[in-house]
Design a binder for this molecule. Structure first.
Ligand code: NDP
Ligand code: DGY
Length: 328
């Protein structure tokens, strides 16, 4: 038996069959152990399952910190996450230990951008409220100002983080007649030309945008970026959309901004925590639309993500080039 045949792999969830098939085909080179459930692996099972593993395939709901890395021990050579976001991974510690990381950029960009546009329109045009009124008898007649919202035509949109997804959102929004597309980030992006994007300071973006869309990664710099000061700089008629990570937002401050009329409405695909408790104050507001983190949730996209994460994992185990390796 070669050294490769003894390699242990732990998969923290039942993943789409496109990925499982690839892993099962490699059964000869690795001993596969799967937390065979649609629910997250309990922490104790994660620590137990990862012990001695050479490869770990995880999800964004698994916190891969020093405790997990210690539990895995020195065999661990590759972590493959079924996500493009990697804020759940203790990157510095992973790097220090020489562990390679695979992730799933690009393949989910279109699906996530599409969902973000859907969320923006649903929030700005008050679709959930309208649907509810039809069901509960609130629809009495056509009224001139009833359920009015805000349109994209002639508007200014500000994108925070014009990365892969941010740019894909901008591309989709422009044909709605958006007049100005502002963006902010760590540096200007040449690809912004395609959407006639104007690189501006954050304060300018906030004070001039009718729609503020957050699509940056969660980092120590972006954690709680959207706080009271942030919301206070937005227009009272502006719509706030977040499809990045919940922790980019201070939710108490958002609740106050929405409740006091500081901003018009918010649409969130991501929250802290996830799931958001059903008694959370944000869920009492008509002007807040909350989705359960479904940005990349199309059958095709999730299948391709599973395929890519399986191939990343196997490439890492084989010491070969990964289809998508995170540069640490
Ligand atoms: P990218 O790395 O392509 O884009 C991230 C962007 O964040 C970059 O443009 C980067 O700017 C920007 N950024 C980083 N730091 C800051 C900062 N301090 N201020 C402003 N912008 C900043 O990643 P993707 O577009 O592929 O994904 C973005 C994020 O979307 C993921 O990290 C994930 O959290 C989230 N996501 C959510 C999904 C969902 O289901 N809701 C689905 C998929 C992803 P710069 O280039 O200048 O550094
Ligand atoms: C990611 O990939 O980071 C998303 O949040 C889920 O697709």
């Amino acid at each position: 038996m070669s050294a490769q045949q003894t390699m242990k792999v732990f998969v923290t969830r039942r993943i789409p069959q496109e990925g499982m098939k690839i892993l099962q085909k490699a059964a000869g080179m690795c001993n596969l152990s799967v937390w065979d459930s649609d629910e997250p692996v309990p922490r104790a099972e994660l620590l137990n399952g990862v012990a001695g593993a050479h490869g770990l395939l995880c999800l964004l709901s698994d916190k891969i910190d020093t405790e997990v890395l210690d539990a895995a021990g020195p065999n661990l050579k590759v972590i493959s996450t079924l996500s493009v976001g990697f804020d759940h991974l203790a990157i510095d510690e992973i790097k220090k230990r020489g562990i390679r990381v695979g992730y799933t950029p690009d393949v989910l960009t279109d699906a996530t951008a599409e969902l973000t546009v859907a969320l923006l329109l649903a929030t700005a045009r008050r679709l959930p409220e309208g649907v509810e009124e039809v069901k509960n008898g609130g629809w009495s007649t056509w009224k001139p100002l009833w359920l009015c919202g805000y349109g994209l035509s002639g508007s200014t949109v500000g994108v925070i983080g014009l990365g892969r997804i941010g740019l894909a959102i901008a591309r989709r929004l422009k044909p709605f007649g958006v007049k100005r597309l502002l963006y902010t980030g760590r540096q200007p992006k040449p690809q912004a030309q395609e959407v006639e994007g104007e690189y501006v300071p954050l304060d300018t973006l906030l004070s001039e945008s009718d729609f503020v869309v957050v699509s940056c990664s969660l980092t120590p710099e972006t954690q709680s970026l959207c706080d009271q000061t942030f919301f206070s700089k937005m227009k009272k008629t502006a719509i706030f959309i977040n499809s990045s990570r919940g922790a980019v937002v201070n939710q108490e401050d958002l609740f106050k901004a929405l409740g006091s009329g500081q901003i018009a409405a918010a649409g969130l695909d991501v929250t802290t925590p996830e799931p958001l408790p059903t008694d959370h104050p944000l869920l009492t507001l008509n002007n807040c639309v909350v989705l359960p983190h479904i940005g990349s949730a199309t059958y095709t996209t999730r299948g391709v993500m599973a395929e890519l994460s399986a191939n990343n994992l196997l490439a890492g185990l084989r010491d070969s080039e990964m289809p998508s390796e995170l540069k640490l």
